[in-house]
Design a protein around this ligand. Structure first.
Ligand code: P53
Length: 488
């Protein structure tokens, strides 16, 4: 049997995509609250009021103009404001997870629910209590929470008044926030992740094709450095507060392949891995910048503020486990591609051997095995796949059923490849599928891009009853967990 007896089967969500209640009980706004809905064709926008008082928008991920202020505007719908209202449905949702047999539930804490501005000394008690209730509910069913401390949602106030992660001060604010989490939830939470998909910053640089020497490169690498230090401090504090804590990094895992056997492609592919995947994992697992970092910085013409104390922090704050998301693979080539695809970060040449989802993501279960084996060889520490799943259109039949066999197929194939990686010696300890209950898409802001075993009655315009119902995949995953991955 491939999966260890206490294998952590479960599912994952994030605060800003699920909770809603964006301005309830003292919560402050986050960037995602000024981000509109979108679709696979129409990007999500970030809205603002400019210096002259005129409303405006930029593509999500791009900076707003100098002097502008983020703003919620009348003419737009902001899907994250309500999410799936997990804030008021958490008991019902956790009961459903328990019914599936979850051993682990991954969720994130909203920083601005605990610290509405981010720079306060004292946290918002109502925020603290909300998560305590959630964790106690998990405990009731013997479900281990896996808590992401930062899932893209830096308090908006910190973005506006401090320049967000461009500012070294953010390390201290994050540290205070993380300390509060470890202290308040000691005994309730043992598994933690410091930064969700920390390498996204670099992926984003690739995606927008920024030139070497650009402000984006300079800022991207600098922000990452501050996040590495913040993460390392959190690991140390987490261990001090409770030596039982298992604290991990979280990397956006994409398996890259060379597009041809041209040696130039082979090398380009290797360098893509180094830049996009290894750079972050190496710092967080090995506690120092890798040897190729100097080349990368030189190539991108970045000059970083790194102190000696920072280097000590990195060394002392290495993670206990490596966790990652995996959805797809991507081709790296120096040649002109016959056909291109574009899906979030995996823009590039189309792989003729693979099928693509409606959002352009390559279905590649073997890529997951490849990733697991590659990463385990490199770090030899426990691994968890903390996101994986298929974003798809679901149809509710007249009788209310949802026959999502495509989702079952996707998950089954990935689980089978995980079991082969385990047989190959990989120490994989957990698997939490993404969006175990439907939620707002991070990339496009849609509701109709659904990942869940549990359907939520809400559409892209925000209409619906928010009622929950079980899809076919619900019963399938229940069986998968009950047989520890044997009956797929
Ligand atoms: P959505 C890009 C590529 C791979 C994973 O994504 C990504 C992203 C960012 O959009 O993010 C993770 O919702 C992320 C989740 C997100 C999930 O993948 O665009 O950690 O917050 O929802 C799926 O379909």
């Amino acid at each position: 049997m491939a999966f260890q007896k206490d294998f952590l089967w479960g599912g994952a969500i994030a605060a800003n995509q699920a909770e809603g209640a964006w301005n309830k009980d003292g919560r402050g706004p986050a960037k995602t609250d000024v981000t509109t809905g979108g679709s696979v064709k129409e990007p999500r926008y970030v809205t603002f009021i400019d210096q002259d008082g005129n409303p405006g928008k930029v593509r999500n991920g791009q900076p707003i103009p100098d002097g502008a202020k983020y703003a919620v505007l009348d003419d737009y719908y902001y899907p994250n404001h309500d999410g799936i209202d997990f804030y008021h449905h958490y008991k019902e949702d956790i009961a459903l997870f328990a019914e599936m047999g979850f051993k682990m539930f991954r969720l994130s804490i909203s920083w601005s629910r605990l610290y509405p501005h981010g720079d306060e000394e004292i946290p918002n008690q109502k925020g603290i209590e909300f998560y305590r209730h959630v964790f106690k509910e998990c405990q009731k069913y013997g479900i281990e929470p896996l808590v992401t401390i930062w899932h893209f949602d830096t308090p908006l106030y910190l973005e506006e008044h401090y320049g967000g992660w461009n500012n070294r001060k953010l390390i201290d604010f994050y540290e205070r926030y993380a300390r509060t989490c470890f202290t308040e939830y000691k005994g309730l939470v043992k598994y933690w992740l410091t930064f969700n998909e920390i390498n996204n910053t670099i992926m984003m640089l690739n995606l927008f094709g920024n030139q070497a020497g650009s402000k984006e490169h300079q800022e991207g690498y600098q922000q990452l450095h501050y996040q590495f230090v913040a993460s390392a401090r959190a690991v140390q504090i987490g261990h001090e507060i409770d030596s039982d804590n298992m604290i991990g990094c979280m990397i956006c895992g994409i398996t890259f392949y060379p597009g041809t056997c041209d040696p130039r492609d082979i090398l380009a592919n290797r360098h893509m891995w180094a830049k996009s995947i290894f750079y972050c994992g190496d710092v967080q697992c090995k506690g120092k910048y890798p040897t190729y970092a100097t080349r990368l910085w030189k190539e991108h013409e970045v000059h970083l503020d790194i102190t000696n104390q920072d280097l000590i922090e990195l060394k002392n704050g290495t993670v206990d486990m490596y966790t990652f998301s995996y959805y797809m693979s991507s081709l790296e080539t120096t040649h002109e591609a016959d056909e291109m695809v574009s899906g979030n970060f995996a823009a590039g040449a189309k792989n003729p051997y693979l099928q693509y989802s409606d959002w352009g993501w390559a279905f590649d279960p073997q890529g997951l095995r490849y990733y697991l084996e590659m990463i385990y060889d490199r770090y030899e520490r426990p691994l968890m796949v903390v996101e994986n799943g298929l974003g798809a259109f679901d149809t509710v039949e007249a009788d209310g059923n949802i026959h999502d066999s495509y989702r079952i197929d996707y998950l089954r194939e990935h689980i089978m490849e995980m079991s082969k990686a385990i047989d190959n010696g990989v120490n994989l300890i957990g698997y939490t599928t993404w969006g175990c209950i439907d939620l707002v898409s991070a990339g496009t802001g849609e509701m109709r891009k659904r990942y869940g075993f549990i359907y939520v009655d809400k559409d892209d315009a925000g209409n619906g009853t928010y009622d929950r119902s079980r899809k076919d995949s619900f019963y399938w995953y229940q069986k998968c967990i009950a047989t520890n991955g044997e009956d797929l």
